[in-house]
Design a protein around this ligand. Structure first.
Ligand code: AMP
Length: 398
């Protein structure tokens, strides 16, 4: 069975074709600047040279057509014809309260996804466009939706309710949903394998530290709390997002800077976080090297970032009344030994102890705790595409 995994943004489309007989990636790639001048595609077939092309892609439908053509191409293709694609698995950011699991997409599901677009206006419309583009190009192929939010639907009411008038929850479904669910689910399962214990017996805190970042408390394999909220703005400081702050800051900035509410929310999303504090970049590599070169604001941004991750870990250890392991994943969590060491430095009271030699690792799963440490510290590369492909296969097998 071969599954095409798609992740559509407003002007981009990321894809992987995965052979589920061995879970090998046959090809992967990225279309960028869809609907904008300079549209281009990079296609990387396994065992062959990359193929790059700059060609107009007015819509996602054109991008999907280009991807399918690349997959069957005589020189850089990996399958003989598109009939070999058994299903498409789509990343969908927001499933609201309607979707606690992945689903086969039908008209009723699409209607529900449109309703969820109100909760994720930056993401869900692009996901829906991607789904419709695939339906048009592959009319008889099942389309499956896998949600960033579904893993967190196991959160108890005390974790997901905001302390707002209850009618806002009833009328508008304003509550914490959480994101990065496919990542937290995947790394928690891999952590259980690495520790050689059943996931049902483990209390885990998963730290997804990429450009977007969130922490998740996972008790017995189920998400019981997470740092992102109604939208992916809540929680940790991120590359460009501010994370938690006093809600009154909104009107204060509106007043002082003469900005509209939406303009301030744009600042919270796009000009804050590590970029906003450091003034250097949203990319941690740039900020780490600026800090190493003596840039005080870059150092302040990193210090604030590490401190907040550590606070969330402590909070979630309390929420679960214990923790067996802390997982670091995504760009920073997988690659930055300094970030892992600094965050773990706050957690010795819990029983976290780092072995510096073991922590000198990038991009592969490892337990980097000192021998005998009570709480294990793990780094585990995430693989959201594989989770999407596995869910898609499971639904098809049913
Ligand atoms: P992601 O969203 O998971 O792709 O992660 C992107 C983030 O990871 C960017 O801010 C990168 O700066 C960061 N990152 C990637 N590689 C490294 C590295 N070697 N050291 C520090 N940060 C890294």
């Amino acid at each position: 069975m071969k599954i095409l995994v798609l992740n559509c943004g407003s002007s981009s489309l990321k894809y992987q074709l995965i052979d589920m007989s061995n879970e090998n990636v046959l090809a992967k790639g990225l279309c960028e600047r869809i609907g904008i001048d300079g549209s281009n595609m990079k296609h990387s077939p396994a065992g062959k040279d990359d193929y790059k092309v700059e060609t107009p892609m007015p819509s996602h439908k054109d991008a999907v057509k280009l991807v399918l053509d690349a997959l069957v191409d005589g020189s850089h293709g990996v399958i003989a014809n598109i009939g070999e694609i058994n299903a498409c698995g789509h990343r969908v950011v927001h499933g609201g309260e309607d979707f606690a699991q992945s689903v086969v997409i039908c008209d009723k599901v699409k209607k529900a996804l449109e309703t969820c677009s109100q909760l994720a206006p930056l993401h869900n419309p692009a996901n829906i466009i991607g789904i419709e583009a695939c339906e048009a190009q592959l009319p008889n192929v099942p389309q499956i939706a896998v949600f960033d939010t579904s893993f967190h639907q196991t959160m108890p009411e005390k974790a997901y309710l905001y302390a707002l008038p209850y009618e806002y929850y009833e009328k508008h479904k304003i509550r914490k949903y959480g994101f990065h669910g496919t990542s937290h689910r995947y790394v928690s399962q891999e952590a259980a394998k690495l520790l050689g214990k059943p996931i049902e017996s483990l209390k885990l805190v998963s730290c997804h530290l990429g450009n977007g970042a969130s922490v998740c408390a996972i008790d017995g394999g189920k998400s019981v709390d997470t740092s992102m909220g109604l939208t992916p703005l809540e929680g940790l400081a991120m590359g460009t997002r501010c994370g938690d702050l006093d809600p009154a800051v909104l009107t204060f900035i509106m007043d002082k800077e003469g900005l509209s509410a939406q303009a301030v929310v744009d600042v919270f999303n796009k000009k804050s976080g590590v970029l906003g504090v450091s003034g250097v970049s949203s990319d941690f590599r740039d900020v780490e090297s600026a800090a190493a070169g003596g840039n005080a604001r870059a150092q302040a941004a990193l210090d604030l970032y590490y401190y907040r991750v550590a606070k969330y870990v402590g909070e979630y250890a309390a929420a679960m009344n214990g923790v067996d392991a802390i997982i670091f994943t995504a760009g920073l969590g997988e690659n930055s030994k300094d970030a892992r060491a600094k965050i773990c430095g706050y957690l010795s009271y819990l029983g976290v102890e780092v072995d510096s030699a073991k922590n000198d690792v990038r991009g592969k799963a490892a337990d980097f705790s000192a021998d005998g440490a009570k709480v294990r510290a793990l780094t585990i590369p995430t693989n959201e595409e594989l989770v999407i492909a596995r869910d898609t296969k499971e639904l098809l097998d049913k």
